[in-house]
Structure formats: C-alpha cells, structure tokens
Write a protein that binds this ligand. Structure first.
Ligand code: SF4
Length: 350
C-alpha cells in the first residue's frame, strides 16, 4: 500500500558536517489519530471521567496527557463502573469484551482501527468457511488477543519464522495466513515463505494485513538506514511498530539504533563519533516528541533535518459512528480535529 518511493535526502553535505535525516512519513497514522481524537471528543461531550480499556494507543505521552484531562485507563472491562462510558482502544477487542460491556450496561465507543477491524472480518469469514487460520503476530499483544477472540477454535498463532516447524493444521488444503498489522514486512514474508514450504496450498489474505502506515514507516527507514550512524526512533517500548523500526534500521545498515519516549532519554554517549543521525517515530507518536529530539540534536551541532520521503499519506478515518451520532445530537462538530496542541500532529517539518 506504499504510494511512492523517492528519497529526497541531500547527500551532498560537507563530509564532516553533523546532519540529521528525517523520515517521512513518520508518527501518527490514521487509526491512531482517530482513536486519540475519539477520547478527546468523548471527554468534551460527556465530561470526565471517560474510561478507556487498555492504552488507547501504545504511547506513554498520549496516555499521560489524556489522563490529565480526565480519561481513566483500565485493563479490563469489569473495572469500569456500571453504566459508565468506555472507549475501546485502537488495537481492537474480542467479541467477548463487547458482551462483558453489555452485561455491565456500559456505554461503549469502539475506537478499533478500521484496518484492524478488516482483519477481524477476514478471520470470521475464513472461520465460517472452516479454514485453519495461521495468525502471524506476537503472543499477548492486544491486537492478537482481539483477533484471536473472533475465531478461537480456528486460529493458531505463529510468532515468526522459527515457530513454523511447530505449526500443525487439520487440513493442509484449507489453510490461510493472516497477520498483526504492525509487523516487520520482511520477517513476515519469511514466515509466510516457510509456511508455504510446509503447506503449499496456503492461501494469502484478501489484501495486506500489515497496514499502509507500518509499511510506509519501514520503507522510509530502509531508504535512510545505510547512511545513518545512529537511528533514533521515537516511540514506546510496548509499541510494536516502533520496536520494528529500530530492528529494520539495524538490518538495513544503520550502525546503531535506539527507541526513546522522550529526548531526555537519549544517552550522550550514543552520539560519540556520530555524523549522521536518522530520526523517525512510530505510528502512535505525536510530532511534538519528534521536535524534542530534533531540538536536542540541534543543540549538539546537528544541522537542519534533511527529509527522506518514502511515501505520501492522506488517509483519514471518520470518528466511530456512535460518537458521531452523539456529537451531532449535541450540536458539536463530528469532524476529526484535535482540541489541543500537545496531542495533535503538529505538522511535518517539510
Ligand atoms: S498502525 Fe495501522 S492498523 Fe494500527 S492504528 Fe495505525 S493505521 Fe491502524
């Protein structure tokens, strides 16, 4: 789902100049943007507290900022008081979670990313056709838990290429693979290659499960990694797509790579002898955090960021329909718009 691939970095900088290559796209994807605005709008409309099951997106800064505004994050549905409003996170939930919420008479707003919902629907459809579904993903990740819950008797989790040897199916003629949306594209393709060696009739998903945002952020990192002595990825440790960006950077030639939530986590020693620093951010990261890293580097003599553009993105999802309905009834805007700068995508630097 990538759209273009034109590296635009100026590689003609003086040999000894300290420089920054800045990936594009980076940061907020359409699903994260929608989920964050959903909580903001719910707080505005219903007033605090608004409960959110699990982290709305996997980013420390986003969660902390929303908490300050009155969001209460819980791990499980039964922690939400009866009759209260609860938002389901972008990673999606299993059908049983909807049933639990109904039993507690909760008002639910489902901020599951539509691209995760698409994978849920695929799982339901292949399970209805009695396929064995090999779901490539990370055990325990919320998205995997949610997708698996759609068809628990048909889904087998495959954690990566090394897991393929252990996979058993009922009928090798009726097997399909699906995946978590935020995996490494290259590693997933290797897992599929091995699965197909074992099950030659393995079917592909109807369309890419690894989403456009994951693919595009990895593509930008691949384009710049070989020119980087160090790649700094802004993102949280529980953010799958952010962790993958560090791995992709190292695999594609960056000499070093680190994940940081904030600029103040950068260890000065990482910069020893480093001429070129690559900077990018995961799909759940507001641009304000990237700016913090760029300021940190500028203070240490690194030049103006040079963009490396791998793709253009313009996808925008509408807010969840149940929230749009209530916003309209209250005479409030149901358009995707942040109500404050700290969580808004402050705009790309180019
Ligand atoms: S990373 Fe992809 S699947 Fe996940 S929220 Fe963003 S667009 Fe949706």
């Amino acid at each position: 789902m990538t759209t273009s691939a034109t590296p635009t970095a100026d590689t003609a900088a003086p040999q000894d100049a300290k420089r920054v290559l800045l990936a594009a796209p980076r940061g907020y994807c359409a699903g994260v943007d929608r989920a964050v605005v959903t909580v903001e709008k719910a707080l505005e409309l219903y007033g605090p507290p608004v409960y959110v099951r699990k982290e709305i997106v996997h980013n420390k800064h986003v969660v902390t900022t929303l908490e300050k505004r009155g969001a209460i994050f819980v791990e499980e549905t039964d922690e939400v008081p009866e009759g209260a409003t609860v938002v389901f996170s972008a990673h999606g939930v299993a059908p049983i979670v909807h049933e639990e919420a109904k039993a507690l008479s909760l008002k639910t707003i489902d901020a599951t990313c539509p691209l995760v919902t698409k994978v849920h629907r695929e799982a339901v459809r292949f399970a209805d056709d009695d396929f064995d579904i090999l779901l490539i993903g990370h055990e325990g990740h919320e998205e995997v838990v949610g997708t698996s819950g759609e068809a628990p008797n048909h889904i087998t989790l495959v954690e990566g290429p090394d897991d393929v040897a252990n996979v058993e199916v009922r009928d090798p003629d009726k097997v399909v693979w699906l995946s978590q949306t935020t995996l490494s594209v290259d590693e997933t393709m290797e897992t599929v290659r091995r699965l197909r060696e074992k099950f030659p009739k393995l079917q592909d998903p109807p369309s890419d499960d690894i989403c456009y945002a994951t693919q595009n952020r990895q593509l930008a990192v691949k384009q710049m990694a070989k020119d980087c002595d160090l790649m700094i990825v802004v993102g949280s440790r529980n953010s799958s797509n952010s962790v993958r960006l560090v791995e992709v950077a190292i695999e594609h030639g960056s000499r070093d790579g680190h994940l940081v939530d904030y600029a103040d986590e950068i260890d000065e020693a990482w910069l020893d002898g480093v001429r070129t620093v690559g900077v990018t951010s995961g799909a759940s990261v507001p641009e304000i955090l990237v700016r913090g890293v760029l300021d940190f580097l500028a203070e240490r003599g690194y030049g103006e960021p040079q963009p490396v553009t791998a793709a253009e993105e313009s996808l925008l999802f509408a807010l969840p329909k149940e929230l749009r309905r209530d916003l309209k009834a209250a005479g409030m805007s149901d358009q995707m718009k942040h109500d404050a700068g700290a969580l808004g995508d402050a705009g790309q630097l180019h």
